[in-house]
Design a binder for this molecule. Structure first.
Ligand code: SER
Length: 636
């Protein structure tokens, strides 16, 4: 058989196999009970119609980029309603109703490295209904419970006998939710399927440090014994199996967490609910993994054809590619561009990871174009901007792919120099991963070809260490939901403090911060000083900062009252209006305990100045009368 004929046959076989899968999924129905099998568009519509028929106003999804600057992404349906939920705005005035329903685009970074299992996604959709405040038609716990049961059991056909619910068992000043327990019983859920859980599982929010929040009740569904771990205590939130899955979270918003961390009673009560759309869809389509529902079915079969590999043999790779292409499409359509900071950094990671994994199944550059187009087609009716931004989406990914290909090429150059070794250490392979974007699998494959051993344990250790560091950095800024900042931001914040102190040491203590700005590429610092700095002074400042980087000063964070912080000598930026409690960052030599810098700052920082690697001033210029401006970079 000629090569071409062989290839055609192979393609037809893959095509046939995927067709069989597809027919199976559409005809076989569900193995999880007597459910109504339906496609994604139908589930969205049923949900929105159900609540519209019951007096709710359908509100379109808001952008993935929230207006609240303290959170990176929209992570829940309630975010666009935050001001209404806390009573600061009137939803009857702005939406014509206090009862709202939506299907919201959400993005959670969680641990991007974990995508590839059955249930995790970066982008997902959330179905939700809200009752804001209570007018004469308003509803609270009872209404929310009644609607939820009616939708799940009567509309979708879920078996009531398979439902479990969890309720808040109380914590400190916040009492046990006995009202919810009584209501679930009233509506036919027996006590043995009502679980009382702790604050971690059954108290929701706020999204950022402050905001509306409250106890919640989750509805879980038992998919059947055959999926269980067999333990006698198996049930909702089981650590050992996914037999029982969570499908709906009903939040009874009664509190507002204030800046002091106290829970104040809200003037109004609200209902805020959320269903993980993909998860419910999987259940209704009888699939354990959302990647096997109609949302991804065409995508996965086409990927089998193009890559000439089977999904079943490469689940993780297929899922990563599918998840990341879908979420990148949505992020770009909402205005994110790849960069080294914040939202842009998340997008860069997604695209590069998608490309890295595509190489494992021999996909060529630009392979993704047809898959992006498939996704656009899938979502264009519900989120029209994916269509209007089509060119932008494709051009953005193309540019990032070209940049990344160049990096990978330099990585290949490095590998060439390593092929004579007998073993690659964990650090070497981690460096290939971190600096040149080589996934471990790719390095392993190359090493295997050349008969080289790889210290995989060493690699995993280096990776864990790196993840711990970046998590710590991210949590500092975004503490709570929706975290994941670029490490570059933390490094540049720390570099700004070092620069500020160095300038005061070299030029004098009249130097005061007049402004500061950080982007993916550099930091910018404006300070009070009348004369142009001489080349010698610039060098002296640079050298001093580099010396402190080399010495590896510890960076310590303390939370304290603003007055106390100022009295302790911490530098502040006079133009800023500080809250009562502030973070003070101190950099000091752990041996001599000598403090080099102490400043009040809300930004994220690294844990040790050595993470900055190096520091360089690239420009010194006038900013305005009596104010000079420095632009500087790190790690060059
Ligand atoms: N805000 C709640 C959640 O995200 C309910 O929508 O789970």
């Amino acid at each position: 058989m000629s090569f071409q004929a062989h290839k055609n046959l192979q393609i037809s076989v893959y095509f046939l196999l995927s067709l069989i899968d597809k027919v199976n999924y559409l005809t076989k129905g569900s193995q999880f009970g007597n459910l109504i099998v339906m496609e994604s568009y139908k589930l969205r519509k049923l949900f929105l119609d159900f609540f519209e028929e019951r007096g709710h106003k359908i509100v379109p999804s808001s952008s993935l980029l929230p207006t609240d600057p303290s959170v990176l992404f929209t992570t829940a349906g309630m975010q666009q309603f935050s001001l209404y939920l806390s009573g600061r705005k009137d939803s009857a005035k702005d939406f014509g109703s206090k009862h709202l329903v939506s299907c919201q685009k959400c993005f959670r970074t969680g641990d991007i490295e974990e995508i590839g299992d059955d249930t995790h996604h970066t982008f997902f959709e959330m179905l939700g209904n809200w009752s804001i405040g209570q007018d004469e038609n308003g509803y609270f716990k009872e209404g929310a419970i009644k609607y939820a049961l009616e939708f799940l059991v009567d509309t979708l056909g879920l078996e009531k006998e398979r439902l479990f619910v969890t309720v808040f068992k109380g914590d400190g000043n916040i009492p046990r939710d006995s009202e919810a327990i009584e209501l679930w019983k009233k509506y036919g859920i027996p006590m043995e399927r009502i679980m009382e859980c702790s604050k971690r599982d059954n108290f929701w929010g706020p999204v950022s440090d402050t905001g509306p929040c409250g106890p919640c009740s989750e509805i879980h569904y038992d998919r059947g014994e055959h999926l269980g771990c067999g333990r006698t205590d198996c049930g909702p939130n089981c650590d050992h199996c996914k037999r029982v899955v969570e499908i709906w979270n009903l939040v009874f918003m009664q509190y507002f967490k204030n800046e002091k961390g106290e829970y104040e009673l809200l003037n109004q009560t609200n209902i805020d609910t959320g269903i993980g759309f993909e998860r419910l869809l999987s259940l209704l389509q009888g699939k354990s993994a959302s990647y096997e529902t109609d949302i991804f079915a065409d995508f996965i079969s086409q990927l089998e054809i193009v890559s000439k590999t089977r999904y079943d043999d490469n689940k993780k790779t297929f899922r990563i590619i599918a998840d990341h292409i879908r979420s990148s499409m949505f992020l770009i359509s909402d205005g994110v561009e790849p960069s080294n900071l914040g939202q842009g950094y998340v997008l860069r990671r997604l695209l590069r990871r998608m490309i890295r994994y595509s190489k494992l199944i021999n996909l060529k550059p630009k392979f993704w174009i047809e898959f992006v187009l498939m996704m656009i087609d899938k979502y264009k009716d519900i989120y029209p901007n994916v269509m209007s931004q089509k060119e932008e989406i494709i051009e953005t990914i193309k540019r990032e792919e070209e940049k990344f290909e160049k990096t990978i090429q330099s990585g290949l150059g490095i590998i060439e120099k390593m092929v004579d070794k007998k073993e690659w250490s964990g650090e070497e392979v981690f460096d290939l991963y971190q600096s040149y974007g080589f996934p471990l699998e790719l390095s392993l494959e190359i090493a295997k070809e050349k008969g080289i051993n790889v210290d995989v344990n060493g690699f995993n250790k280096a990776l864990e260490k790196h993840q711990d560091l970046s998590r710590a950095g991210a949590e500092k800024k975004f503490g709570g939901v929706g975290k994941d900042s670029g490490e570059v931001g933390a490094k540049l914040h720390t570099a700004t403090h070092l620069l500020h102190s160095a300038l005061r040491k070299v030029l004098g203590s009249h130097v005061k911060q007049m402004g500061s700005d950080i982007n993916a590429e550099r930091l910018r610092f404006d300070f009070s000083h009348t004369e142009k700095m001489s080349p010698e002074q610039i060098k002296e400042v640079e050298d001093l900062v580099n010396e402190k980087i080399k010495q590896g000063l510890l960076v310590k964070k303390e939370e304290m009252e603003i007055d106390k912080a100022l009295a302790s000598g911490a530098l502040a930026f006079f133009k800023e209006k500080y809250p009562d409690m502030v973070n003070v960052w101190t950099m000091f030599d752990s041996d001599s305990e000598e403090v080099f810098s102490k400043e009040i700052c809300a930004g994220p920082h690294v844990e040790n100045t050595s993470e900055l690697m190096s520091f360089k001033i690239i420009k010194e210029e006038s900013s305005s009368a009596g104010v000079r401006r420095i632009k500087a970079v790190i790690n060059q």
